[in-house]
Ligand binder design. Structure first.
Ligand code: SAM
Length: 375
């Protein structure tokens, strides 16, 4: 038992190192032991990420069915399948009657294991396609049009030498999304992977005029991601989650901490005929820092990053919620009334003293009205 465990940890260590250093052998998913270890550890985390994104899509109410509740999902780089399982299972039963799911990977062994082990609901039709991406021929023959949801998780980091090819592939697939269809792109929460995904998002935005960044960016971002201005900067989510003690122990033996879902992601929607007009908002993209006499955080308005602070002496009932903000919360932009003082020392923008904090959405996309909260 002990030996078996340490063997598993050794395999996970090698995988983890390979992912971080970009040194993995391309066939790692063809090895049964690696696949099993990947599924039990990274896959378990991936399942929670897929479920979290599914929840966010439902919370944002952005599934476009056009009269039928049959969802067509395309997943690129499926691997052992947990991410896309968490994503698609989340739509049953309220959001989808049926799902048509096409999974693509260069490893047919991984796809086959996934199909053998998963017992999807009878209303889910699973198809497998072995393809080496970003080669498009086999895939585009299989997918003509009408994709409601394209997902791609943790694939770019293994393909840094073919990012142009992936851009081209995604731009072509974007044209095959149904109106209101969307892409969910997820990568690890580290500077290199995050910047690579954010740059790809900016490039896609240039190539696809009807692309709307639904999340995480506020205000229907139209220009380049402001996190890319500074080469040391990046953007990620950090959503609390509780994993089993077995997974937490495995994580500890790898030197990882698993108490939250950390990821960089983009939720990109092909615009329908009408887009709602949202009020200008800000998203907290850092932890909220509490220091002597003030709370502050780095907020994004979709064009720039703003260091916004609330001085304790300016706090009032309506702004108390500021002190409880969490990374990923979106609030109304207090500057939209033009009532913000300039940029004082330290590069801080002051929270306008009389303004309330008005919550818009929680990190998981749920609507949120901070003024209705106790406290
Ligand atoms: C890190 S795993 C991610 C699996 C799953 N999406 C997740 O998030 O847990 C990456 C998967 O992509 C596949 N993959 C990597 N590069 C690929 C490529 N160029 N073409 C097709 N599949 C690829 C690998 O075989 C592996 O199964």
């Amino acid at each position: 038992m002990g030996n078996k465990k340490s063997r598993k940890v050794a395999i996970l260590e090698a995988l983890s190192r390979g992912f971080t250093q970009r040194t993995l052998d391309a066939g790692y998913m063809d090895d049964a032991e690696s696949r099993k270890a990947y599924g039990e550890y990274f896959g378990t985390v991936g399942f929670e990420k897929g479920a979290a994104i599914s929840r966010e899509i439902r919370n944002r109410n952005i599934l476009a069915f056009h009269g039928r509740k049959r969802l067509s999902i395309l997943d690129l780089g499926t691997g052992t399948g947990e991410f896309v399982r968490g994503l698609s299972e989340g739509f049953f039963p309220e959001s989808a009657d049926e799902i048509d799911l096409l999974c693509v990977d260069r490893s047919i062994a991984a796809l086959q294991d996934f199909a053998d082990q998963w017992k999807p609901p009878a209303t889910l039709r699973l198809r497998l396609l072995q393809a080496r991406l970003p080669d498009q021929k086999a895939l585009l023959e299989e997918v003509k049009e009408g994709i409601d949801l394209l997902s791609m998780a943790n694939l770019l980091a293994e393909n840094e030498d073919s990012l142009h090819g992936f851009l081209d592939l995604l731009a072509n697939l974007f044209l095959r999304l149904s109106p209101g269809g969307m892409m969910v792109l997820v990568e690890p929460a580290d500077r290199r992977s995050s910047r690579s995904l954010l740059s790809l998002g900016d490039d896609l935005m240039r190539l696809c005029p009807d692309l709307r960044v639904e999340a995480p960016c506020p205000n229907d971002r139209k220009g380049p991601c402001p996190a890319l201005d500074d080469p040391g900067d990046w953007c990620h989510e950090d959503r609390p989650v509780t994993f089993s003690s077995a997974l937490t122990r495995t994580a500890a033996s790898l030197g990882h901490v698993k108490d939250s879902l950390k990821m960089t992601y983009l939720l990109l929607v092909r615009r329908g005929r009408v887009d709602g007009e949202d009020l200008p908002s800000l998203r907290l993209v850092s932890p909220l820092h509490k220091e002597k006499g003030m709370s502050w955080g780095l907020f994004c308005d979709g064009r720039a990053l703003i260091r916004l602070r609330l001085l304790n002496r300016n706090r009032h009932d309506g702004s108390k919620a500021f002190g409880r903000l969490r990374r990923g919360d979106t609030i109304l932009d207090p500057r939209s009334g033009g009532n913000v003082t300039g940029r004082p020392e330290g590069g801080f923008v002051e929270w306008p003293s009389g303004s309330p904090v008005v919550g818009v959405r929680r990190p998981d996309g749920a609507l949120w009205n901070s003024q209705h909260e106790e406290g």
